[in-house]
Design a protein around this ligand. Sequence first.
Ligand SMILES: NC(=O)c1ccc[n+]([C@@H]2O[C@H](COP(=O)([O-])OP(=O)(O)OC[C@H]3O[C@@H](n4cnc5c(N)ncnc54)[C@H](OP(=O)(O)O)[C@@H]3O)[C@@H](O)[C@H]2O)c1
Length: 271
Amino acid sequence: MFAARIHEYGEPSVITIDRVPIPEPGPGEVLVKVAATSFNPSEVGFRRGFMPVTFPHTLGWDVAGTADEPVIALAAGAAAGYTVVPEDHLVKAPKAIPLEHAAAIPVAGLTAWQAVFEHARVRPGERVLIVGAGGGVGMFAVQLAKHAGATVVATASPRSAAAVRALGADEVVDHTREPLPDGNDVVLNLAPAPPPILGERVVTITHPAEGATHFVARNDPGHLAELVGLVDAGLVRVDITETHTLRDLPDIHARAESGEIRGKIIIKGLE
Ligand SMILES: NC(=O)c1ccc[n+]([C@@H]2O[C@H](COP(=O)([O-])OP(=O)(O)OC[C@H]3O[C@@H](n4cnc5c(N)ncnc54)[C@H](OP(=O)(O)O)[C@@H]3O)[C@@H](O)[C@H]2O)c1
């Protein structure tokens, strides 16, 4: 099989497409034939060495593929033809969208779920400001906050404004031109910058700040299954902005670092 791997830290060119043996599942693990993974900005941090990995390191944390049935999971080594996943981490894939598109859900969806429901504890009628709503996590966060009954004020630059509005945001603010509104019950900071507003209930998934709750999403198959349920019920949409193959990963990393990509990008394997 082919796998997108790094053997050293560095520029996007350190990503190589290697021909490697299909992995063997250990006890309690299942072999999954990967249909697709998706790109997450944290991959750039792994590649650059900001978070240490063991070499060779196979990229990709979002799995959509087939075991006995179509499944999704948050699991390492997803940018490959096959990967092994602990059996209790597998979740049935949504039926309402193509399996490849479901690769957009695990990392971004779990992060948004935990931000909205666990950390911010958004309640009906609250006003929630979502900073960085045009990104992959933002796509889910806007919809989940609306599902929780909130009024959503979302920041988006012109390239993302229409998409964020279509997801259900009540107000869209162009953070590159306008000041952010006050009077929010909750602020979710999903942008790669410190929270621009501090207050009582500020949750940040990027830069920590005094008085704000910072968290790293955890793998919770129960939350993932609930997200799949919302997708199948037509209550959460999964928008895909681009689809590529493993060979395009170095280019996607380069474009991500220069801020040229937006939304969820699907990465298919190679035969
Ligand atoms: N803590 C965790 O567990 C966790 C989990 C997943 C992701 N993350 C991190 O969270 C961030 C978001 O992830 P993602 O996948 O959604 O990334 P993404 O798809 O790259 O989205 C980030 C969005 O932030 C917006 N943005 C950039 N600079 C901004 C600024 N100064 N003010 C307001 N908005 C700004 C951009 O919006 P426009 O399109 O409007 O320009 C962009 O679409 C990344 O830094 C990622 O590494 C953390």
